[in-house]
Design a protein around this ligand. Structure first.
Ligand code: GLN
Length: 308
């Protein structure tokens, strides 16, 4: 621990570890225990350096962290126009379960809420001998430096608790909005939520977005610049759901949370930040994840206005 950044991260980690509020997400397969004490912070720079502290190599479910990446895949495959016809780019200002669909078309407000993510999932199909989820896992892997996979048990547990998502999928299907049967879109979405990542993976994924879509460690071009720009824009306005306005004002970085306890934030052109800590606030955002992003934004001048 010799660099000033490492020293800073260790100090910050120790301070934020004192926060004890929040409850971990309750849906999990039998025998898979969530440890509320797990807490990791990783900062990955666009030149490929990763600073780590705490629980940075333990796997957890991506959950809603998958949404911006699947959105990126759909944009890359189908182009902006086709995807925009299915999913709008307006902040909904509501929770991720919100039924925020346009009156006549059923078009969801954005790709970060569940309705939008389900519409995006319906656009991603199996191809070249690969199933949709294998293609998705391969695509996500391009943002980190190892092969990622979806966890079957997590998927099954999610599926048993997915009445609301079922309803959303069927409702959108009734508008003719989905590009697949509703159950197929639901399966793809829930399997992508069950993709397992570590805090280190998440920081590389964020750093790849910060680096205009090119993975700073492997050099792989994970996503085109146009799609990156779109993904980050929608993350900025809608990534934090009903907390998005406050988040932009105080943190000022495009970000995304997931109920698995992961939080990612992107400082374009510079770095990706990832936090893993399972206890969640009422918005479904990690308490320590949010506190870490707030503190780092202030201490390291990461807010988009100050960092410009
Ligand atoms: N699987 C969860 C759901 O669809 C993901 C939600 C989240 O991480 N915010 O309800």
């Amino acid at each position: 621990m010799n660099s000033p950044i490492e020293k800073y991260l260790h100090q910050l980690h120790a301070e934020i570890a004192e926060l004890r509020e929040g409850q971990p997400y309750a849906v999990a397969p039998k025998g898979r225990r969530v440890d509320p004490e797990d807490f990791g912070i990783c900062l990955a720079t666009v030149d490929g350096y990763v600073y780590e502290v705490g629980t940075t190599s333990k796997e957890f479910s991506m959950q809603s962290l998958s949404k911006p990446f699947s959105y990126g895949l759909a944009l890359e495959e189908h182009g902006l126009e086709t995807v925009d016809a299915k999913v709008d780019v307006e902040p909904s200002g509501d929770s991720f379960t919100e039924i925020s669909l346009a009156p006549k078309t059923g078009r969801p407000a954005n790709a970060m809420i569940n309705a939008g993510a389900l519409a995006v999932a319906s656009l991603i199909k199996g191809a070249g001998g690969k199933t949709a989820i294998n293609r998705i896992a391969d695509f996500y892997s391009g943002f980190t430096d190892r092969q990622l996979a979806s966890h079957r048990g997590v998927y099954t547990a999610e599926r048993r608790n997915s009445d609301h998502n079922h309803a959303l999928a069927y409702l959108m299907s009734s508008f003719g909005l989905l590009e697949s049967p509703p159950t197929t879109a639901l399966e793809t979405y829930l399997r992508q939520c069950a993709v397992q990542i570590t805090c280190r993976d998440l920081s590389l994924m964020a750093a790849t977005l910060a680096n205009s879509g090119t993975n700073p460690v492997t050099g792989h071009e994970a996503l085109g610049v146009e799609a990156v720009e779109r993904v980050l824009s929608v993350m900025m306005t809608s990534g934090m759901y009903d907390n998005a306005g406050d988040w932009v004002a105080s943190v000022g970085m495009p970000a995304k949370s997931g109920v698995g306890g992961g939080t990612l934030a992107v400082l374009p052109g510079q770095a990706g930040l990832a936090v893993f800590s399972p206890p969640l606030d009422v918005h479904g955002t990690s308490v320590r994840g949010e506190a870490t992003c707030r503190r780092m934004s202030a201490d390291m001048e990461m807010h988009f206005v100050r960092s410009a």
